[in-house]
Ligand binder design. Structure first.
Ligand SMILES: [Zn+2]
Length: 189
């Protein structure tokens, strides 16, 4: 993993030295209650929603959950970055990478065109192979929600949409997400 991912917070600092238990046996990372579970448990939750309610419903549920979390996290940290929205987003990517969501890399970050592209290696989509469709709806939600928060923070009246254009679950070497205004998608379909 590249050192660039630890620009803001070191793995040692964020994870190992901050784990503790409170007096009632809850596991804490800093002052946040956490669970440590195999990644396949998360993937199995998505698969169960998909099996029972269908792929479309699973996509909506997981995307919406990720979107809410991404938006909320950025709304809490943005002030620390003095409106440097790229740094705020890189910080969020570092958190996701160190927490095991995959190795995230910015491919495009164009605030003028409201167009963003992010690659993710080793995502939880590996657990959902084989698939004919992209499956990393939760990560897509995290990225879209966080970027929507940053867009809103600049006072822009822009709604962002997203698509996972490559996914490891359908045989691509990595996952790739395009987050942009709806008109951008009209051009690529
Ligand atoms: Zn994927």
């Amino acid at each position: 993993m590249s050192d660039a991912f630890f620009k803001y917070v070191s793995l040692k600092e964020t994870l190992f030295s901050k784990l503790s238990y409170d007096e009632n046996g809850r596991l804490l990372l800093g002052n946040v209650i956490v669970l440590i579970v195999p990644r396949r448990i998360f993937s199995t939750v998505q698969k169960s929603i998909s099996d029972i309610l269908g792929d479309g419903c699973a996509a909506l549920v997981m995307y919406n959950a990720g979107y809410s979390i991404g938006y909320d996290v950025l709304s809490k940290v943005i002030e620390k970055f003095s409106n440097d929205i790229r740094s705020a987003f890189e910080f969020f990517m570092t958190i996701l990478t160190t927490r095991g969501w995959g190795e995230l890399k910015i491919v495009e970050f164009d605030t003028d065109k409201n167009t963003y592209r992010v690659q993710v290696r080793s995502s939880y989509g590996e657990d959902l192979k084989p698939s004919r469709r992209a499956v990393c709806h939760f990560i897509r939600g995290l990225l879209t929600g966080s970027l929507q928060c940053l867009t809103d923070s600049r006072g822009k009246d822009v709604k962002l949409y997203s698509r996972e254009t490559k996914c490891v679950a359908k045989g691509d070497p990595y996952c790739e997400f395009l987050i942009a205004e709806v008109k951008k998608f009209a051009k690529i379909t």
